[in-house]
Ligand binder design. Structure first.
Ligand code: ADP
Length: 445
């Protein structure tokens, strides 16, 4: 992942490189910085050209300008030390160590500054010996313009970099804050959709994920409310009808209806129990910390009690119980029973053929007791399998059927089994049936 820090460092380096490049370009554009080299240009040919042009000012000027272009200053003197022509003001000094003819050989020693890049040549002027003094110079005297230009460009680069950085960091932050505001004001569809691989992108993903979860939670809460209302309505209507019948004096019909009401009330109780237990898990923070009132019970006792409950509730349903495990398990009896009861209740609910048997197998595999609930019901779509343990999830076919339930049974079963350090899994195929398997550790004492 590219972190914000490394991106900022890269940007800083880029700015530096850009600045260095600009400074170099300005330096180059200022022209050659090496002084001209007279020994390269003041060659015998050039000397001859100058000699020939002594009396032709235009031609002489032309030759001097050419030397000037090569960063060479030149001054020409005649034999008497008189300046004939020059391409620099003031003219280069006469080479006084070459005494002009007629000058007494007395006086202070004559000196010609032994500067580098200075050259003196004889020059024939009107048949006499004259002199050519040449000196290489820098292209242009270094001025303030270069550094000022570099400074201005540097400023522009820094400002552009700062604006870019601000745009690049502040834009998504503004988007995040807009999303947070929208979410806060109730628009749960708002998402930042920031597609970046740095810390800001990560923050965006987290906010979007959080919004997804909140949205799902609210939807499922609404579904729960709708399901609970639906679950309550049927038995309430029946109770209403039974009461009407009883009021009309038809005691026989009222008594018949009461038996159905008892079943409905039982289911209502189970639903309310599931909701309350789920709430307990939620409050305890996911199940692991839920205080379990553990006690030693035999696997057989759990299976028998669960089977008895199913038989009492659905006397017509064939149930085959096969217990081969003799081990005891250390569980919260009430909660663990709820998990097995929910699996059996589902097996019944989702097996429309009332004559199709349900099987409850309890066996021991190594240090685990395995409870297996098998049905030959409608089965579960492969796409639904990963979601059936999610709170309030109900398969499409379960929703459309009058099966009852609010989508908490399996969630609760899984949380209970998890809290006991066990595992729950399922194999199922639509039309064939389902097998739910709960494995919990054998009690060690
Ligand atoms: P509920 O039964 O209240 O809908 P559950 O959490 O118990 O909620 O189950 C979730 C979903 O899993 C059900 O809606 C159903 O679609 C599917 N399901 C659970 N058990 C079975 C089963 N034995 N056979 C087929 N589908 C099942």
């Amino acid at each position: 992942m590219k972190s914000l820090t490394s991106r900022l460092v890269v940007l800083g380096i880029l700015q530096l490189v850009l600045l260095a490049g600009t400074a170099f370009a300005i330096f180059v554009a200022e022209g050659p910085h090496e002084p001209g080299r007279p020994e390269e240009y003041v060659l015998p040919d050039m000397v001859r050209r100058l000699e020939d042009a002594i009396d032709q000012p235009a031609e002489l000027q032309h030759a001097l300008d050419e030397l000037s272009d090569h960063r060479i200053e030149v001054s020409l003197y005649d034999a008497a030390g008189q300046l004939i022509a020059t391409n620099v003001e003031p003219a280069l000094a006469f080479p006084r160590h070459r005494r002009p003819p007629g000058e007494p050989r007395t006086g202070p020693p004559l000196a010609f500054p032994r500067e580098p890049h200075v050259m003196v040549r004889w020059l024939r002027v009107h048949g006499e010996r004259g002199y050519l003094v040449a000196r290489g110079v820098h292209g242009r005297p270094p001025g303030a313009i270069g550094p000022v230009l570099v400074l201005i460009c540097g400023f522009a680069i820094v400002v552009a970099g700062a604006l870019l950085t601000a745009r690049w960091i502040l834009r998504p932050i503004e988007r995040l804050s807009r999303t947070a505001r929208a979410l806060g004001s109730g628009n749960l569809a708002a998402r930042s959709r920031i597609d970046r691989s740095d810390e800001i992108g990560e923050l965006g993903h987290r906010i979007d994920d959080m919004a997804d979860r909140i949205e799902r939670l609210l939807v499922t809460e609404k579904e729960l409310l709708a399901n609970v209302a639906h679950e309550l309505r049927t038995p309430l209507t029946r109770i209403g009808v039974a009461l009407d019948l009883a009021g009309e004096g038809d005691a026989e019909a009222a008594r018949a209806a009461l038996a159905e009401i008892a079943v409905d009330v039982g289911e209502l109780e189970a639903i309310v129990d599931d909701i309350l237990t789920t709430m307990r898990f939620e409050i305890a923070g996911g199940g692991a910390q839920l205080p379990l009132r553990r006690e030693l019970v035999t696997a057989r006792a759990v299976a028998d009690a669960a089977a008895e409950r199913l038989r009492a509730r659905h006397p017509g349903r064939p149930l085959v119980v096969d217990v081969t495990a003799d081990a005891s398990i250390d569980v919260d009896r009430v909660l663990f029973r709820r998990a097995i009861d929910n699996l059996l209740a589902n097996a019944h609910k989702y097996t429309p053929d009332a004559t199709a048997p349900i099987e409850l197998d309890v066996s021991q595999a190594n240090d685990r007791v395995v409870f297996e609930v098998r049905d030959r019901g409608i089965g579960i779509q492969a796409a639904d399998l990963p979601r059936i343990f999610t709170a309030f999830f109900r398969g499409d076919r379960s929703r459309s059927r009058e099966t009852g339930g609010v989508g908490l049974g399996l969630t609760l079963a899984k949380r209970i089994v998890d809290a006991h350090g066990g595992t729950i899994d399922v194999t199922s195929s639509p039309g064939t049936g389902s097998v739910f398997r709960v494995a919990v550790p054998v009690a060690t004492t």
